[in-house]
Ligand binder design. Structure first.
Ligand code: UD1
Ligand code: CA
Length: 420
């Protein structure tokens, strides 16, 4: 099988974002939009990925540092053909080159796979992803001859008046046969009103050489959405939210009110778990089966919840692991904690995990009971089946042994485990 490499165009500034941050680094649910694109590309089995950065290229390079994804820099933003040209050294002969715009985070692996497959089976020089839009304005229009073959893409600024009603548009995602791409790149000029080197001019060049340009139409219009403004970023965020929640619901999770729930990517939730309204679950969170989460809970990075855990209203957990059947039901903050099974965390319990310099850990053993309003100043360790009285303050390093009851500010031993 022919090798496929991907070039992701991400040099543009994104003027309409009105931002100092490059457009492709703006986040959707905590993750930069370009990472959704690279994710879909690699899930479509394309392992060789080159990102073309320009505006804010240092920040884009930083994002991919230490990964297999290469970053090249387009020095001057002279147009999309010039951008692909910046990655020229990575384009080998006799392979396929997938080009994707970095500002299309909703593109799916399925769509990319179909496009690559169509390119392979049709043996065309270039295969375009197209869409039929009610309002095609702003997009490059697909121009076909009387036999229906694609002969040109007319950019909005160049498209003649009588062709403006053409509703078939260029999405921007496409696959080239590498030798035809290299040939076209040498011949693309900037003879247009913007004086830019348009990648889309490859179509008329290849077609004039008698080469075939094929297309497939995108099935779901959401997939093609390009982000140009913060309003479009918000719209794309809603689409992404819906996709994430629908996948979880299909796998057996109840989400009572998707409209007020936010779940980031890279979250796993076991079946028969119920998520109540107004809950936020950020990325890198794992929740077991039969849990009850929310309403108004916030689970942050590194949270791990065992089966049958209950996390109630106004509870925030971060970098905290909780074993099964534990209850943390009201107004609590646990950070950098490890909590055993069958623990009851009373209302308003707080871990003071940050001492101004370091984040410190709190350990709470199986079967313990932490009374209402207790403050645990980390690092601290509460043993198994221990009892911390309501309102107690456990000082830093004051470890409570198994089965012991402590109360007060600072907490003193009230009762030891019999036999100790
Ligand atoms: C482009 C297509 C158009 C298509 C539309 C879909 C061209 C010439 N036209 O138009 O046919 O309908 O996308 O949204 O490609 N870029 C660089 N360096 C540059 C210029 C652009 O990396 O010098 C990148 C941008 O970051 C962006 C992509 O190329 O990801 C497309 O460029 P843009 O200027 O947004 O093209 P459009 O006018 O939207
Ligand atoms: Ca664009």
């Amino acid at each position: 099988m022919k090798k496929t490499i991907a070039i992701i165009l991400a040099a543009g500034r994104g003027t309409r974002m009105k931002s100092d941050t490059p457009k492709v680094l703006h986040a959707i649910l905590g993750k930069p939009m370009i990472s959704y694109v690279t994710g879909a590309v690699s899930r479509a089995s394309v392992k060789d990925i080159v990102v073309v950065a320009g505006f804010g290229s240092d920040k884009v390079k930083d994002l991919f540092k230490g990964t297999k994804i290469k970053t090249v820099v387009q020095k001057k933003l002279l147009g999309s053909a010039d951008a692909v040209g910046a990655a020229r050294k990575n384009i080998r002969s006799k392979c396929d080159v997938l080009v994707v715009y970095g500002d299309t985070p909703l593109i799916t692996e399925e769509t990319l796979k179909k496009l690559i497959e169509k390119h392979r089976t049709s043996t065309a020089s270039l295969t375009l992803l197209t869409a039929i839009l009610k309002d095609p304005s702003g997009y490059g229009r697909i121009i076909r001859d009387t036999k229906g073959s694609i002969i040109k893409i007319a950019e909005e600024s160049e498209v003649r008046e009588y062709k403006k009603e053409i509703r078939e548009i260029n999405v921007g995602t496409c696959v080239f046969t590498s030798d035809d791409l290299l040939d076209a790149l040498k011949n693309i000029g900037c003879d247009n009103s913007k004086r830019e080197y348009y990648l889309t001019d490859a179509v008329k060049i290849l077609s004039a050489r008698g080469k075939r340009v094929e297309s497939i139409a995108v099935e779901n219009l959401d997939d093609m959405t390009g982000i140009n403004s913060r309003i479009e970023l918000a719209a794309a965020t809603s689409v992404m939210k819906k996709r994430i929640m629908e996948e979880l619901m299909a796998s057996g999770v109840t989400i009572q009110d998707p409209a007020t729930t936010t779940i980031y990517p890279d979250v796993t939730i076991g079946k028969d778990t119920v998520i109540y309204p107004n809950t936020i679950i950020e990325s890198d969170v794992r929740i077991g089966e039969n849990c009850h989460i929310g309403p108004f809970a916030r689970l942050r990075v590194g949270t791990r919840l065992g089966d049958r855990t209950e996390v109630g209203n106004f509870v925030e957990l971060v970098r905290t692991q909780v074993a099964g059947s534990t209850k943390i039901k009201h107004h609590t903050y646990l950070g950098d904690a490890k909590v055993g099974k069958n623990v009851n965390i009373g209302a308003g319990v707080i871990t003071a995990n940050y001492d101004g310099k370091n984040k410190n850990r709190t350990f709470i053993g199986d079967g313990s009971f932490i009374g209402v309003g207790a403050i645990l100043i980390a690092p601290v360790k509460i043993g198994k089946k221990a009892l911390v009285g309501a309102g107690s303050v456990i000082l830093k390093g004051q470890n409570v042994k198994d089965g012991t009851t402590v109360v007060g500010v600072p907490a003193k031993i009230l009762k030891r485990r019999s036999g100790d």
